[in-house]
Ligand binder design. Structure first.
Ligand code: SF4
Length: 397
């Protein structure tokens, strides 16, 4: 299993699969073919259907700068993976063809190989194996992560934490309209002011969680710098849960440790399931973010490993079937509000995990990840980041 760093990448929104992945794809192409005469890029599947709203063509053009290029959207040709792009590189009298897949969370596959931050560094591939290992060694999940990633990972996650906080603060102080044709006004600042004027609002946990989630999700929709967790569209969930922990007086050091456990849950979902809305619907994005957040909260509160696993399981189980239907292809409706709701839900999943008897549980986390992936494959294509169905169809703006 690969490093948890790939679950928390810092970059520009609004989409890890549709913006960051294609941006990394251009980096790969230019590294391999440094002096192209011309590049033609064709986007397929979900990249073709919602690429405009997700700024896919914009980011590719931005990266290619003054290299002559053309970008085409082809949502008719069927491809094996819904987020496929094919680059044709013209160099001298030669033409090279590079198919690249964006599998979510900013990770890309080139010629069948994952272009990744790190190679496999964990010997285990399931949470049950990890729990058994931790039990035998009498260590926590956080200690398990540190054992395999090394203590340098703390510096990486200190930066992740700071970036999330900066993003939240920017989101609360910003106002005006989000980019795109929906003409949606940013709401985080108004929500913050409304909360301050409501009775005991500053101490209200769900209100504070929601404001943080909105602030970060709006920054993402505006193309600002965010931390994917595990994707751009779901980037507002973890910040909401962090706000809950801060209200409970946990500090940065405590929360960073919780982020390590959240990363472990995220990489397990990515390894054994999916974190791509185009592949498995929103359950794979916001559902996974909810599981990561529930595990983070439980870990920071120092619950046993089994309770942390149960919190993640509950959060993901009750996200199954969640569809991805961004209106007009923008990561705005339903994404922004959904981040807030699922951040609150993550906190509830943690409460439930503390009082449910762990030993009686019939469903474990690994089973739910497998179920999520299977459910995702069964969800009709229109509900997987194509904007052909669901809210994208009924709102039809
Ligand atoms: S609906 Fe969910 S999966 Fe789809 S773009 Fe929005 S956040 Fe991502």
């Amino acid at each position: 299993m690969r490093s948890i760093k790939e679950i928390f990448i810092i970059g520009n929104g609004p989409s890890s699969s549709h913006t960051m992945g294609p941006s990394f794809a251009v980096d790969y192409i230019l590294e391999k073919y440094p002096h192209p005469d011309k590049i033609i890029c064709t986007l397929y599947g979900s990249l073709a259907s919602t690429g405009k709203g997700h700024l896919t063509d914009y980011v590719i053009s931005l990266k290619l700068k003054d290299i002559p290029h053309e970008i085409f959207f082809d949502n008719k040709t069927k491809t094996k993976h819904p987020n496929t792009m094919i680059f044709k590189i013209y160099q001298g009298n030669k033409v090279y063809k590079e198919p690249i897949i964006s599998i979510g969370g900013g990770t890309i596959i080139t010629k069948g190989k994952v272009k990744e931050i790190n190679q496999n560094i964990y010997p285990h591939n399931s949470l049950n194996e990890i729990l058994k290992y931790c039990q035998d060694k009498n260590i926590t999940l956080e200690e398990y992560v540190l054992e395999h990633e090394g203590h340098e990972i703390i510096d990486y996650f200190n930066n992740v934490y700071d970036t999330i906080e900066e993003c939240r603060n920017r989101g609360i102080s910003a106002n005006g309209e989000l980019p795109g044709t929906l003409h949606i006004k940013r709401k985080a600042q108004t929500m913050y002011n409304n909360m301050c004027h409501s009775k005991d609002g500053k101490n209200n946990i769900p209100m504070n969680i929601a404001i943080s989630s909105f602030a970060v999700a709006e920054e993402n929709a505006a193309g600002g710098i965010v931390v994917i967790a595990p994707t751009c569209g779901s980037a507002g969930v973890i910040p909401g849960a962090i706000t809950y922990l801060k209200m409970k007086n946990y500090d940065k050091q405590d929360i960073v440790k919780g982020l390590l456990v959240a990363g472990l849950i995220g990489i397990l979902c990515k390894t054994n399931g999916s974190i791509s809305g185009a592949e498995a619907g929103c359950q794979a994005e916001i559902g996974v973010a909810c599981a990561m957040s529930a595990a983070m909260v439980a870990a920071v509160e120092n619950h046993p490993n089994e309770v942390i696993a149960q919190a993640a399981e509950i959060a993901l189980e009750h996200s199954l079937g969640l569809t991805c239907d961004p209106v007009n292809g923008y990561v705005q409706i339903p994404c922004i509000e959904r981040c807030a709701i699922f951040a609150i839900k993550a906190v509830s999943a943690n409460y439930l995990a503390q009082i449910l008897p762990v030993r009686d549980a019939k469903v474990d986390f690994d089973t739910i990840v497998k179920t999520m992936y299977q459910t995702g494959r069964d969800i009709p294509r229109g509900y997987k980041e194509t904007s052909f169905a669901g809210l994208a169809k009924t709102l039809n703006k």
